[in-house]
Design a protein around this ligand. Structure first.
Ligand code: ADP
Ligand code: MG
Length: 267
C-alpha cells in the first residue's frame, strides 16, 4: 500500500532526522490584508515559515487569529498582499488563477473540518475526482488506485456507498484518501478533527501522522489539546503573527508518539 505514497518529486529520504531534508513550504514576509468597509485588516502580518518534507506541523491559536489565512496562503487558496509563497519549488505568486488551480490539484491534498464530499457521488467516485481533474493518472488506473487509497485509510468496504451512509470519521477518512489521490507532497488540513468525537479524532490524527512516515508533509490547523506530543512542530498564531518561530513539539522531534489514550486528546 505504501507504494502509492511517494515523498514527492526530488525527495531523497524518508529519514526525518536526516541532513538532506527537502524544503516543501517556504513563506517569507507574507502579509494578508483584507479590505473591509472600515479599511484594511491585517489577518496575517509578515509571516515567515519553512517546513521540510516529512514534517507534521500543527498550526494553533485562538479563533480569528489567522490560522486559516496562513494555511490558505500555502495552498494557494488565497493570495498574499505582499511577501513570497514558495511551495514544492513553485513560487505561487507567479501563477495565474488557472495555473494555481492546476498546481494545487497536483501538489496539495486538502482536508477540511466539514466534509466537502460530493453527496451525489459514491465514496470511490469522490476519491477519483482529483485524478479526473488533473488527468495525471491514466483513466484505467483511477478506480484501482482509489480503492487502494480507501484500503489505506481502512474503509475500502465503504467504496460504493454514498457519503451520507458513512459516519463522520469514515467520511473524514474518505476525504483523506481523496487528498492523496494525485500523490501530492503536501497535505493541508483545516481543523480535520474539529467535528469528530475524541476517539475518532485520535484515529484520524494517527492516520495523518502515518502519512508523514511515508514522506508526506502534513500541515494542520487544529484545536486539539496536547497536540505537541502528536506532531513534530507547533506553530502558534496570534493576531495574525507567528509567535516564537520554530517550537518543537513538547516531546521533541522524533519522539512523536500515538496519544496515550483516546478520550483525552481533545476538548
Ligand atoms: P482562524 O482560522 O484563526 O479562526 P482566519 O484566518 O479565518 O482565523 O481569520 C483571521 C481574521 O481575518 C479574522 O479576524 C477574520 O474575521 C478575518 N478575515 C478572514 N477572511 C476575511 C475576509 N475574506 N475578509 C475580511 N476579513 C477576513
Ligand atoms: Mg480557521
Amino acid at each position: 500500500m505504501t507504494t502509492h505514497l511517494h515523498s514527492g518529486a526530488g525527495a531523497t529520504t524518508n529519514d526525518k532526522a536526516g541532513p538532506s531534508r527537502r524544503r516543501v513550504v517556504d513563506l517569507e514576509g507574507v502579509t494578508k490584508v483584507y479590505e473591509t468597509g472600515v479599511g484594511g485588516f491585517s489577518a496575517l502580518s509578515d509571516a515567515d515559515l519553512a517546513i521540510d518534507a516529512g514534517e507534521f506541523v500543527a498550526i494553533v491559536g485562538k479563533s480569528g487569529s489567522g490560522k486559516s489565512t496562513l494555511l490558505n496562503m500555502l495552498t494557494g487558496i488565497d493570495r498574499p498582499t505582499s511577501g513570497v509563497v514558495q511551495v514544492n519549488g513553485t513560487v505561487l505568486d507567479d501563477l495565474s488563477e488557472n495555473e494555481v488551480a492546476r498546481w494545487r490539484g497536483e501538489n496539495v491534498g486538502l482536508v477540511f473540518q466539514f466534509q466537502q464530499l460530493m453527496p451525489t457521488l459514491t465514496i470511490i467516485e469522490n476519491v477519483m475526482m482529483p485524478m479526473d481533474f488533473t488527468k495525471s493518472v491514466p483513466m484505467k488506473d483511477r478506480r484501482p488506485r482509489a480503492l487502494d487509497l480507501l484500503e489505506l485509510v481502512a474503509i475500502a468496504d465503504q467504496a460504493d456507498k454514498f457519503p451520507s451512509a458513512l459516519s463522520g470519521g469514515q467520511q473524514q477518512r474518505a476525504a483523506i484518501a481523496r487528498s492523496l489521490a494525485n500523490d501530492p507532497p503536501l497535505i493541508a488540513a483545516d481543523e480535520p478533527t474539529g467535528n469528530l468525537d475524541s476517539h475518532t479524532a485520535d484515529s484520524v490524527l494517527g492516520l495523518l501522522g502515518d502519512l508523514t512516515a511515508a514522506g508526506k508533509t502534513v500541515v494542520m490547523v487544529t484545536h486539539e489539546r496536547d497536540i505537541a506530543a502528536r506532531v513534530d512542530r507547533v506553530v502558534t498564531v496570534a493576531d495574525g503573527r507567528i509567535l516564537g518561530g520554530d517550537s518543537l513539539g513538547a516531546a521533541g522531534e522524533g519522539a512523536k508518539r500515538p496519544a496515550a489514550g483516546a478520550g483525552e486528546s481533545r476538548e
